[in-house]
Design a protein around this ligand. Structure first.
Ligand code: 26Q
Length: 822
């Protein structure tokens, strides 16, 4: 790694402040200092970036294009500084200029171009790809407004626009030279040239796609990959075709299309909303990305049939699946290939990752909408479907059930998952259990017909952000004990296992946890005005708000504990702080009501002097990547309590584990593998298994009435939802939550997430948590073991598996000399 000199860096900051703001360092605002530091860092990155791209060109290396509607990057400055190996120099340079690096980092807006797990996974993958030296592009959308900012007013979530571009974002680079046109609507004209048909789209509207590139800096290896996000601009009205010249109406429409297209990220997580604009967004960034990828390929290759040797498109869920048909279109209509040639190439270039089995998340587009918006692409999907159904019928003669279940187009809808599976050469789930459920339940028919496509890639996270950057005290301590190889090879953490029984190491480890709890307590005091006891158990559930994730189970249990304390104020109890953080999709009413419930319960409990501060409830406003780093570092207990079978993997669970929190969870998603690594005895597992849940579901659900009628503690908690105990002004406020659990009219439709069914088992697991925490040595040992056993969950491991089984990439090397030679 190249040395970055402190003195040069100081000069660079001063110059940047002067040139950009005409100010001296003493006059600059903290935001201006942030900008200047970022530009100084970008100057360093640029050389590596150019050298890396040169390596790509010279080696002709195969590249992965990670196609994703979401990249939840989080702040770049701190991570870039770390990955460049410049932390010491920058920190000291800033100190000598009178600034604190942390405070400057806090000036950066969180680029939040994603909702939750799927978007953050894409960001972790980019970090790992660059660090491992694999040629990769992230392709996405430059939303002008990312994930909304959450304010809590009177206990309710209020959504505020996320103006992340307001001050300009220093790490992006506009690349107008790669701008390209994307066409919507119109109709397809067929022209026969005596030999073959040509398909020409006419009467369309179009926009100009303009890419912005962000550097993705590898750790300590000079490699800089690219995240390319597309912005939309109106096509210059002058360049309208002769046919359209002077069409004022059309010019205005195209301008509006460009303006709306990339305006905002849809804030739904694990929920499909069949919005026309969403489909436009999908096609927009896919068409632009594919056009430019092909063009680049053709600059150095003359045989289009070799495309699969040089390019792979990984589709992050079905959101980018229109890529399959768009690639076909480019190969057929632009490259002039015949169907079999084009299909042969497409099915060797596209691979698909599934992130959910939740029925409401599956993308199905009405034919009417799809064909109106993408007339040529729709023709191609129809032909893919027609040919596929012939195969199905050949394999299963006279079996109409199969056709019905597997068709890509059926019942007036285009099913994107089916398209992705039929055209992709790889279909992967994101944790072992999830992949088994895909193979044996959700995608059983496809698995039976094409078993060779299916494979598992258990998710991972980058330790560079979630330990090295987010928890510097623990990171330094670990490096002191076992060296720094864990930074690029996480399984090295296992070397910590020899220390777990040593009281000195236990104490040091728990002392770091305590320091991190103090840091979070300070954040909570500043942001919530609540005092929390850093000696209490920090019991944390942070993730998107969704019924299947069961924040409701958690808060009902808090209500139950509070009832116990009220009955018996002298109850011997280890003080507990229940910490929540969650955004609800703006239109998801019951999720929003759950936020209100958590805040109402918090109000009552936090203001009740009679319980001597034994119980506190905190809802952290605007949970996002930057405060997540503080939260994971400070957690004792990691709540991973989804209804078994519903959480495909989870990745927060891994971030907690890495930071020494113990998992309280169901046997769902990657929890299963976490327990496999750390041992069941070092976690708190409860609840129905996935098989049991699926069994109930296949037999019409279960009857929560029975539990309500026989379990007094549960009944008492439920009655408090409708007797105004937590909402004296409006006793009906939580009626809808009550009804979701106990709708008396149709009990099969009640409690579909098995909250009451799992309640006792959860409460019992919580008692085990408390008993375990009383034994300080046991807890310290188990916490250390969690960190020491987290090696598997690095996204570096996940990426190596994708490369080995799906992508088949070669590493590139960028030496210091390559950079100097520029
Ligand atoms: C679809 C259509 C229209 C609008 C929005 C959407 C949409 C958007 C986001 C559908 C789904 C998502 C996000 C899904 C997601 O984050 N899934 C999570 O993926 C993680 C990474 O694999 C897993 O760890 C989680 O278990 C899974 O819930």
């Amino acid at each position: 790694m190249r040395e970055i000199s402190k003195e040069e860096f100081k000069k660079s900051i001063i110059e940047n402040v002067k040139n950009q703001y005409r100010r001296t360092i003493d006059e600059a605002t903290p935001q201006q200092i942030f900008q200047a530091v970022s530009y100084a860092i970008k100057d360093v990155i640029i050389d590596d970036w150019i050298a890396t791209q040169k390596q790509f060109d010279e080696t002709g290396a195969k590249k992965v294009y990670y196609l994703s509607m979401e990249f939840l990057m989080g702040r770049a400055l701190g991570n870039n500084i770390i990955n460049l190996g410049a932390k010491k120099a920058v920190k000291e340079a800033l100190e000598e200029l009178g600034f604190d690096l942390n405070a400057i980092e806090d000036q950066e807006p969180d680029p939040a171009l994603g909702n939750g797990g799927l978007g953050r996974l894409a960001a972790c993958f980019l970090d790992s790809l660059a660090t491992l030296g694999y040629p990769a592009y992230g392709c996405g959308i430059r939303y002008h407004y990312g994930m909304f900012k959450q304010k809590i007013q009177d206990g309710y979530q209020v959504e505020v626009p996320d103006e992340w571009l307001k001050n300009g974002y220093p790490f992006e680079l506009r690349r107008p030279e790669y701008a390209t046109e994307v066409k919507f609507g119109g109709y397809v004209k067929t022209e026969w040239d005596g030999e073959r048909n040509h398909f020409v789209q006419e009467g369309y509207q179009s926009v100009l796609a303009v890419p912005y590139d962000m550097p993705i800096v590898g750790y300590g290896n000079n490699v800089v990959n690219t995240l390319r996000i597309w912005d939309a601009q109106p096509i210059d009205t002058f360049s309208l075709s002769a046919f359209d010249k002077g069409d004022y109406q059309k010019a205005v429409e195209q301008e509006n299309l460009a303006k709306n297209l990339v305006e905002v990220l849809y804030p739904n997580d694990n929920h499909y909303a069949g919005k026309e604009l969403r489909l436009k967004q999908q096609y927009f960034f896919i068409s632009a990305s594919l056009q430019v990828a092909l063009k680049k390929f053709k600059e150095t290759n003359d045989d289009i049939h070799k495309l699969p040797e040089k390019i792979v498109f990984q589709m992050n869920d079905t959101h980018p699946t229109v890529a399959v048909a768009e690639l076909m279109r480019l190969l057929l209509d632009q490259e002039g290939l015949n169907w079999d040639e084009a299909w042969g190439i497409t099915t060797k270039c596209c691979a698909y990752t599934n992130h959910t089995i939740m029925a409401e998340a599956l993308e199905k587009w009405p034919i009417e909408l799809f064909s109106r918006l993408l007339p040529r692409v729709y023709q191609i999907v129809e032909e893919i479907n027609r040919r596929f159904l012939i195969e199905v019928q050949n394999k299963y003669p006279n079996n109409y059930e199969k056709v019905k279940k597997m068709a890509i187009i059926f019942d007036g809808q285009v099913k994107m998952a089916h398209l992705a599976i039929v055209a992709g050469y790889s279909v992967n789930g994101v944790a072992k259990l999830h992949t088994e459920i895909l193979k044996n339940q959700e995608l059983k028919d496809f698995y039976e017909m094409m078993p060779e496509k299916f494979n598992n890639k258990t998710n991972g996270i980058t330790q560079r952000r979630f330990l090295l950057h987010g928890n510097p005290l623990l990171a330094d301590w670990i490096t002191e004990q076992i060296g720094d190889e864990w930074i690029t090879d996480l399984p090295h953490l296992a070397k910590l296992k020899v220390y777990v029984d040593d009281p000195k190491f236990q104490q040091e480890f728990m002392n770091i946890k305590y320091q991190n709890k103090l840091r979070l307590a300070k954040y909570i005091k500043e942001h919530n005005g609540i005092d929390v006891d850093p000696r209490s158990i920090f019991d944390v559930q942070v993730k998107r708000l969704h019924e299947y994730k069961r924040q409701l189970l958690n808060i009902l249990h808090v209500m139950y504990l509070y009832n116990q304390l009220k009955d018996n104020p002298n109850m011997d109890m280890v003080p507990r702080t229940f910490i929540f953080g969650a955004k609800a999709a703006a239109g998801y009413q019951i999720a929003k009501k759950t936020i209100k419930l958590i805040n109402s319960v918090a109000d009552v409990i936090n203001n009740d002097k009679s319980i001597n501060g034994k119980l506190k409830v905190v809802f952290i406003e605007d949970y996002r990547v930057s405060n997540a780093e503080l939260i994971f570092a400070a957690a004792d207990v990691s709540e991973q309590i989804s209804t078994a079978s519903k959480e495909a993997s989870g990745t927060g669970n891994m971030k907690f584990m890495l930071n020494g929190a113990l998992t309280l969870g169901t046997m769902d998603g990657a929890n299963v593998e976490i327990v496999e690594e750390v041992g069941k005895e070092n976690a708190f597992i409860f609840g129905l298994s996935a098989d049991e849940v699926i069994n109930y579901e296949n037999n019409g659900g279960y009857n929560p009435e029975e539990i309500f009628n026989t379990d007094q503690d549960i009944r008492r908690v439920l009655m408090q939802l409708i007797n105004g105990y937590y909402s004296p002004q409006d006793p009906e406020l939580f009626r809808d939550i009550y009804n979701s659990l106990l709708n008396t009219k149709n009990s099969a439709k009640a409690d579909t997430y098995f909250i009451l069914k799992d309640f006792r088992s959860y409460a019992e697991a919580q008692r085990r948590v408390e008993a375990a925490y009383r034994d300080e040595n046991w807890w310290a040992r188990a916490a250390m073991l969690n960190t020491a056993s987290a090696g598997k969950f690095s996204s570096d491991r996940t990426i190596e598996e994708y490369v080995r089984d799906i992508w088949h990439l070669e590493k590139i090397h960028v030496d210091d000399d390559d950079v100097k030679a520029l």
